[in-house]
Design a protein around this ligand. Structure first.
Ligand SMILES: Cc1ncc(COP(=O)(O)O)c(C=O)c1O
Length: 406
């Protein structure tokens, strides 16, 4: 049977009908198992829990996997983004352009350097930075652009790379969602001057909390490495091993962004499973695409034919004029059917700090303003079964059936 064609006419669970699922399906879950457990146990038994050989190894493996020469494993993508800006010397008086369609940390880190964040609107199809709007926002103070690969779809690097070269700007990829993605068959990791991955619990591979900064520029990465551990010499992590020394010097007031070996061990185990994870994410997305084909009230996510999509998120956009409810109520009705959802993202310019303190105005973000009330994210993770996916499709179609303008 075609997914999602059963049960759609039954009474809504919110109105006392039977929910599509008996058990709640969360919107995101990590996929970890025996290999990860063993890796943690081995690390605990090794006596080296914090940053050490496994974190170094993970940085190297992530770089190799993403086509970059060097990698520094850190405790978040947020840390990786912050370190990259600092290692380029971005600071007060500079401007950094990024997307309003992102998690707030992409913009927050710009402010932490003392620079000014310039938010711009997005392409309506991908919700990635609109290169024309980026170009229009460049001033003599612009130092860098942070591209965000929303949902796992790489940004338009074919436009952004030459644009940055023309204006002498650094290009930083916020690849929190796009580990393993490719653009024109080139891996994310080779498309910008530096790339930040996230290994947060629900990302395409995870270390619980974690991230990695990759680049071809070794002196840049060495500066980031020093900044990542209090500003002390780059092999600071060795100081409790026989290879280290008690003596160190603080050359710059750095941060505490290092990744523990405990976390890195999980990441190394996850990396072995990436091919399986990537294929499964693609399979779930394709099953959703089939389930929602020909449903006029929802638009499926767009994928540019030039990209290999990392399928971190599967988003739908509601055609609100054809529905009797708003997005908030729609998601409540799905929740009653035992389907978890979320919204990615609340555009940065809408958060109180950015709106009230920095003064960003909705009128400058027509695409984000139009899409935000209509978009939501469905469950997508490797451990979902076909039946889970079909339940989601059924629940969405059921709620649509009951909320369609007649
Ligand atoms: C687009 C984007 N950038 C950056 C981050 C920050 O990642 P982390 O939690 O690893 O700091 C996230 C987190 O979800 C994100 O979605």
């Amino acid at each position: 049977m075609r997914p999602g064609t059963r049960d759609v006419f039954g009474r809504l669970a919110a109105d006392g009908g039977a929910p599509v699922r008996e058990k709640f399906l969360p919107v995101a879950l990590p996929t970890v198992g025996e290999a990860e457990k063993q890796a943690v146990i081995e690390t605990l038994e090794s006596g080296w829990m914090t940053t050490g050989p496994k974190a170094i190894e993970l940085g190297k493996r992530i770089a190799a996997h993403s086509g970059a020469a060097h990698g520094l494993a850190v405790n978040s993508a947020t840390g990786a983004l912050h370190l990259a800006l600092l290692a380029w010397g971005v600071g007060p008086g500079d401007e950094v352009i990024t997307s309003t369609w992102t998690f707030a940390s992409t913009a927050n880190v710009v402010l932490h350097t003392g620079a000014t964040v310039v938010l711009v609107d997005v392409d309506p199809k991908t919700l990635n930075l609109d290169p024309a709007r980026v170009e229009a926002a460049i001033t003599p103070r612009t130092k860098a652009i942070i591209a965000v690969d929303f949902g796992g779809h790489p940004a338009d690097y074919a436009a952004l790379r030459p644009l940055c070269d023309r204006h002498g700007l650094r290009l930083l990829a916020d690849a929190a969602h796009s580990f393993g993605a490719r653009f024109d068959d080139r891996p994310v990791g080779t498309l910008a001057d530096a790339t930040a991955f996230s290994f947060y619990a629900i990302k395409n591979i995870t270390t619980g909390e974690g991230g990695c900064l990759v680049t071809d520029d070794l002196p840049f990465l060495e500066r980031a490495q020093v900044l990542s551990l209090h500003g002390i010499s780059k092999d600071a992590w060795k100081r409790y091993s026989s290879a280290g020394s008690w003596y160190y010097e603080v050359t710059v007031p750095g941060f505490k962004y290092n990744l523990t070996d405990l976390a890195a061990a999980i990441g190394l185990a996850q990396l072995h499973r990436w091919v399986e994870f990537d294929a499964k994410r693609a399979e779930v997305a394709a099953r959703y695409d089939a389930g929602f084909a020909g449903v006029p009230e929802v638009a499926r996510p767009y994928a540019d034919p030039r990209v290999h999509h990392a399928r971190h998120l599967y988003t739908l956009r509601l055609d609100l004029p054809s529905l009797t409810v708003d997005r908030g109520r729609f998601l409540e009705l799905l929740k009653a059917e035992n389907i978890g959802t979320t919204v990615n993202f609340i555009p940065v310019h809408k958060h109180p700090y950015y709106r009230d303190t920095l003064g960003f105005r909705p009128a400058d973000f027509p695409v984000a303003e139009r899409v935000y009330p209509a978009i939501f994210t469905l469950p997508l993770y490797p451990r979902m079964s076909d039946a889970d996916v079909d339940d989601v499709v059924t629940a969405v179609r059921k709620v649509l059936h009951h909320t369609r303008v007649s």
